[in-house]
Design a protein around this ligand. Sequence first.
Ligand code: HEC
Length: 136
Amino acid sequence: MNIGITKVFTAIFCCLVIASSCNKNDEPNPLPNGDVEVSLEKDVQPIFNQNCIMCHPANGDMSLIQGEAYSNLVNFMSPNYNKVRVSPFYADSSVICFKLHGIEGYGLQMPLNGIPLEDSEIKIIEDWIGQGALNN
Ligand code: HEC
């Protein structure tokens, strides 16, 4: 019986040692959202270019073209939903994310052509917001 318990404890101890050694994080400063820094220009803007700017063009109500998207989104209060379109660090309170997920109470799902973005594309936008929605 005693030997049994010792074996069990030894096994648990070994598991903990293995688990903690596997848990080592090579990144010195892991980002809170996603593994790599997301760039507005390189990662997010191409999604806007392909899926949004045909309806959100330059000089429109909410231009999403390169160089204009940032100021129309980040900390910009939506006139329709009484919340900011992009709230830095808070994807879960940003109007753009409600629109991309088609959350009830936030009008029509974007893009309005009926083909939602891929989950991976939404994640890029949410990671960008989660990392502070930088103008990078
Ligand atoms: C086929 C046209 C069309 C496409 C494509 C489209 N939108 Fe829209 N978008 C609209 C229209 C029309 C509205 C206003 C009606 C509404 O809010 O539902 C709107 C509203 C919005 C709003 C709300 C703005 C506010 O403050 O009220 C956001 C955010 C938005 N779109 C983001 C996007 C994003 C991001 C994309 C690309 C992924 C996109 N839209 C693609 C037509 C489109």
